[in-house]
Write a protein that binds this ligand. Structure first.
Ligand code: GLN
Length: 493
C-alpha cells in the first residue's frame, strides 16, 4: 500500500467527499485504497462476510465516468460504504451471519441500499454480525468472529460488529448497521467511532431482515458526527413499503451542524451511574459532561425510574417478536433445507435445527414461551405495560432537558470468549442502550476517551423522537472541543 493510500483511508467521510468533488481523488483510487487496506488488515479484523473486489472497482469506475460526463451526482458520489449483512442487496449474498441463509441472494434491494445507490455511493461489501443481529459481540456469527481494531484479542461489540470494525479499522469510511437494542451504539462505543440509532420510523426497514419489528432501526457508522449526518441524510425519508415509515419533511441535518446550541440542557440520569459501570468509563463520561459545561450547557439531574426493568422488558418483547419473525425460515419458503428424509414436520424441525445457531434457538424458545397461552399475560403483555412506563419516563425527562448524556456501554471492549458462555452477562452489555429502542427515541454514541490500556470509550446521547438535528448538533459540540474522533488504531499504521 503506497503512503498515499495509507493516508487516504484514515480520512473522514466528509474530507473524502470534498476530495472527490474537487477532483483531487478518483472514486476508483479510493476503492483501491480501501481494498488495499482490506488486503492488509481484513485477515486480522474479519469484518466482511462478502467482498466482491471487481464489483466494487466497476462501481467506482462508473461513478468516475458519470462525474467526468458532468452528470448531477448525489451527496455520497464515489464514496465506499459497507453494509451490514442483514440488509438485502439485489443479487449479492445476504446471510444474516446464519447458516440457514447460506447462499441466499435476494431478488431485490433494501430501500436504504437503493438510496445509497441514488446518492451515488459505492456499495463496499457485506459486514459480519451476530446471527440475525442477536448478540453484543459478533461471536454469535455462524461464520467468524470480528476483531476489535484497537485490540484484536477483543470483540468489536455487536451485533453490527463488522460494520463498526470496518470503519474503525479504516477498511471503509462509512457503514450501515441496524439497532434493535443497541447494535449500532454499543459497537460504535467499543470501536471508538460514531454510531446513530435514528428514531423509530425515520429510516425505512424495507429489505432489512426483521429481528424485532417494533424495535428495529437502520443507522450510520462513521469516524465523526459530520459523516454520520451525511449518511443519515442519504437514507432518511418516507417509504410506503415500510408501514411504520413516517411521512414528514426531511430536515437538512448538515445545515446547522456546526452551530453550537445556545442554552443546551443536558440531562444526566442517576440510573446511568449504577452498579457494574467501569470506573474508567464513568471518569471519561464525567469529563465529557465537563466539556458541555465549559461550553455553557446546563447539566440537569434527572431520573429514569423504570430503567432497571429495561433489560428484562427487552428480552420479552424482542424474543416474542423474533420467534414470530423467524418462523418464515422453514426450509420451504426460505432457508436451508435438511438433506435428511422425513415427513413435513420432521423436515421443518431438522431444517431449523441444523440452520439456526444456539443463541437464535434460545431466543425463539424464550419468545415462544412468552407468547404461549397461559403465560402471555404474565410475560408478553406485562412487558408491554412496562415498556409504556419506560416511554413515559423519557417523555417526562425531555420536558426538563434537550438531550440525555451517559455511558453507551458499562465497560470497554471485552476479550473474545470472555462472556460467550454466560448469556446474562452478555445481555447486560446493552443495559444503557436498550430503553432507547423500547421508547422509539433517537440515540447516538460518540467517542469520549480511552481506558488506561488504550480501549475506546463511548458517550451515549439520547434525544426525543425526531430530534436528530438537535442530537447531532449536541454531539458535534463535544466533538469540536475534543480530538478523540481523530484517533486511529495502531494497527492501521
Ligand atoms: N445485543 C442486543 C441483543 O442481543 C441488541 C441487538 C441488536 O440491537 N440487534 O438482542
Amino acid at each position: 500500500m503506497s503512503l498515499d493510500h495509507a493516508a487516504l483511508v484514515r480520512l473522514s467521510a466528509s474530507d473524502l467527499v470534498g476530495k472527490l468533488q474537487r477532483g483531487e481523488v478518483k472514486s476508483a483510487e479510493l476503492a483501491q485504497a480501501f481494498l488495499a487496506a482490506c488486503d492488509r488488515h481484513e485477515p486480522t479484523i474479519k469484518a466482511f462476510l462478502h467482498l466482491d473486489r471487481q464489483a466494487i472497482l466497476d462501481a467506482a469506475e462508473r461513478s468516475d465516468a458519470r462525474r467526468k460526463a458532468g452528470e448531477k451526482l448525489g451527496i455520497l458520489a464515489g464514496l465506499p460504504i459497507a453494509i451490514k449483512d442483514n440488509l438485502c442487496q439485489k443479487g449479492v449474498p445476504t446471510t444474516c451471519a446464519s447458516k440457514i441463509l447460506q447462499g441466499f441472494k435476494p431478488p431485490y434491494s433494501a430501500t436504504v441500499v437503493e438510496r445509497l445507490d441514488g446518492a451515488g455511493a459505492v456499495c463496499f461489501g457485506k459486514t459480519n454480525l451476530d446471527e440475525f443481529a442477536m448478540g453484543s459481540s459478533t461471536e454469535n456469527s455462524a461464520y467468524q468472529t470480528t476483531r476489535n481494531p484497537w485490540d484484536p484479542a477483543r470483540i468489536p461489540g455487536g451485533s453490527s460488529g463488522g460494520s463498526a470494525a470496518a470503519v474503525a479499522g479504516c477498511l471503509a469510511p462509512l457503514s450501515l448497521g441496524s439497532d434493535t437494542g443497541g447494535s449500532i451504539r454499543q459497537p460504535a462505543s467499543l470501536c471508538g467511532i460514531v454510531g446513530l440509532k435514528p428514531t423509530y420510523g425515520l429510516v425505512s426497514r424495507y429489505g432489512l431482515v426483521a429481528f424485532a419489528s417494533s424495535l428495529d432501526q437502520i443507522g450510520p457508522f462513521s469516524h465523526d458526527v459530520t459523516g454520520c449526518a451525511l449518511l443519515l441524510q442519504a437514507i432518511v425519508g418516507h417509504d410506503g413499503r415500510d408501514s411504520i415509515s413516517v411521512n414528514q419533511p426531511v430536515p437538512d441535518y448538515l445545515a446547522d451542524l456546526d452551530k453550537p446550541l445556545a442554552g443546551l440542557r443536558v440531562g444526566v440520569a442517576r440510573e446511568f451511574f449504577g452498579e457494574g459501570l467501569d470506573p474508567q468509563v464513568e471518569k471519561a463520561v464525567r469529563a465529557a459532561l465537563d466539556v458541555y459545561k465549559s461550553q455553557g450547557a446546563t447539566i440537569v439531574d434527572v431520573s429514569l425510574p423504570t430503567s432497571p426493568h429495561a433489560v428484562a422488558t427487552y428480552y420479552l418483547v424482542a424474543t416474542a417478536e423474533a420467534s414470530s419473525n423467524l418462523a418464515r425460515f422453514d426450509g420451504v419458503r426460505y432457508g436451508h433445507r435438511t438433506a435428511r428424509k422425513g415427513n413435513l414436520i420432521e423436515q421443518y424441525c431438522r431444517s431449523r435445527g441444523e440452520g439456526f445457531g444456539a443463541e437464535v434457538k434460545r431466543r425463539i424458545m424464550l419468545g415462544t414461551y412468552a407468547l404461549s397461552s397461559g403465560y402471555i399475560d404474565a410475560y408478553y403483555l406485562q412487558s408491554l405495560k412496562v415498556r409504556r412506563l419506560i416511554l413515559e419516563d423519557f417523555q417526562k425527562v425531555f420536558s426538563q432537558c434537550d438531550v440525555l448524556a451517559g455511558p453507551t456501554a458499562p465497560t470497554a471492549a471485552f476479550k473474545v470468549g470472555e462472556k460467550s458462555s454466560d448469556p446474562l452477562a452478555m445481555y447486560l452489555s446493552d443495559i444503557y442502550t436498550i430503553s432507547c429502542n423500547l421508547a422509539g427515541i433517537s440515540g447516538i454514541s460518540i467517542p469520549c476517551g480511552f481506558t488506561d490500556n488504550g480501549l475506546p470509550i463511548g458517550l451515549q446521547m439520547q434525544g426525543p423522537q425526531f430530534a436528530e438535528s438537535t442530537l447531532l448538533r449536541a454531539a458535534r459540540m463535544h466533538e469540536k472541543a475534543t480530538d478523540w474522533h481523530t484517533r486511529r488504531p495502531a494497527l492501521v499504521g
